[in-house]
Design a protein around this ligand. Structure first.
Ligand SMILES: Nc1nc2c(ncn2[C@@H]2O[C@H](COP(=O)(O)OP(=O)(O)O)[C@@H](O)[C@H]2O)c(=O)[nH]1
Ligand SMILES: [Mg+2]
Length: 349
């Protein structure tokens, strides 16, 4: 089933932002595939974003017995984009540019249609494909990681710790999700695995105090990057937002420029819910970058386009699995290629 697989069932659960507590204590094994070369990543992304056939090159070809691109094909495309959670507005934007070209008879065959679709998608994604730059002038560079429970925050922090350590940076983690003991242990496992210190207190501790202590420790130990975990669910949503604001606030007492990045982690398989969540976090704590996780195994990955188009926030990284290797900087061209033509991506198609 492709990323925009047409036959997928909607599993959206209304506008309830908090997922159930599912995080295990033990993160997935970071086994042999940790140092994946770039080509390995592209191949893996292609395979994971499209489980099986590409939704477009496979099915759409069958729709084109005479090879003619007409309104029927565009209508079908529109239905698929909406089913993949690209959203009505963003789908309309993409289709609008294609319709004009079909009417002017510029799109003679499937390849021309795919090329046009590719550039329409790139127009939306390219502007938000802004990698996170760790500015060495801010030492420690503080990354506050937020998002609802189960979105992949702690896993993302583990992946980032792995990545930044491999780049030769001195990393420290703050166990700011004190709501559940399991969350603290889970972060500690990632810390041990990457040989990175984790500043933690017991479950129920004040997350602002934990984060404050961590920044103090990071400053004292000349750490390059401090990554702070946070809770994704409290008793109420307003409690959570108030807590995050407080965490944010105490950081500025030690460093008026911190946090240098507020990274919102969004579960791509949540579809339009992810969009609603992003707007809430954005209002409460001012998000500066996004991570889209779980783009493997979802037929609703079109949410990446909706989010890019609606929020216009930088997408820093994407996650396509549970290990450190299933994670990389968001590259708009590679993403679109992987979605549109899994068998031809990277071959200049
Ligand atoms: N398939 C897949 N699973 C992921 C990804 N990122 C995280 N997970 C899993 O999602 C679950 C929740 O992740 P966790 O980091 O604990 O979420 P948190 O509650 O936001 O900290 C865990 O089982 C992770 O292994 C991803 O990109 N792909
Ligand atoms: Mg967590």
């Amino acid at each position: 089933m492709g990323l925009f697989g047409f036959r997928s069932k909607k599993t959206s659960d209304g506008d309830q932002p908090a997922a159930e507590e599912t995080a295990p204590i033990d993160p997935a094994p970071a086994s042999a595939v940790i140092e994946a070369p770039k080509l390995g990543w592209l191949a893996r992304m292609r395979a994971k974003l499209n489980r099986g056939d590409s939704w477009l090159t496979y099915d759409l070809t069958n729709l084109l017995p005479g090879g003619k691109i007409d309104e029927t094909v565009l209508d079908e495309l529109e239905t698929r984009l909406i089913a993949a959670d690209v959203g009505i507005e963003t789908t309309g934007k993409i289709l609008g540019s294609l319709r004009g070209r079909v009417q002017r008879k510029e799109l003679g065959d499937l390849d021309a249609l795919l090329a046009a679709l590719r550039s329409a998608m790139l127009e939306i994604l390219q502007p938000v494909a802004q990698p996170l730059v760790i500015d060495a002038a801010n030492k420690p560079f503080v990354i506050l990681v937020v998002g609802v429970n189960g979105s992949g925050k702690t896993t993302t922090i583990g992946k980032l710790a792995h990545r930044y350590t491999a780049e030769g940076r001195k990393v420290m983690l703050a166990a700011g999700d004190t709501f559940r003991a399991a969350a603290i242990e889970q972060l500690q496992v990632w810390g041990e695995r990457n040989n990175v210190p984790v500043i933690a207190q017991g479950a129920g501790a004040d997350p602002a105090a934990v984060t404050f202590d961590a920044l103090q420790a990071a400053q004292a130990r000349s750490t390059d990057v401090l990554i702070a975990d946070t809770a994704g669910r409290l008793h109420t949503q307003s409690n959570l937002m108030a807590e995050l604001k407080k965490v944010r606030r105490v950081l500025t007492r030690l460093d008026p420029t911190a946090p240098h990045e507020v990274l919102l982690v969004l579960d791509g398989s949540q579809g339009q819910n992810a969009l609603a969540q992003a707007q809430q976090f954005q209002q409460a704590v001012g998000v500066t970058g996004l991570v889209m996780t779980k783009l493997d195994g979802t037929a609703k990955g079109g949410i990446v386009l909706a989010i890019a188009d609606t929020l216009k926030l930088p997408i820093r990284y994407i996650g396509i699995g549970e290990t450190a290797a299933d994670f990389d900087v968001f590259d708009a061209g590679a993403f679109v290629d992987a979605v549109l033509s899994p068998s031809r991506a990277g071959a200049g198609a």
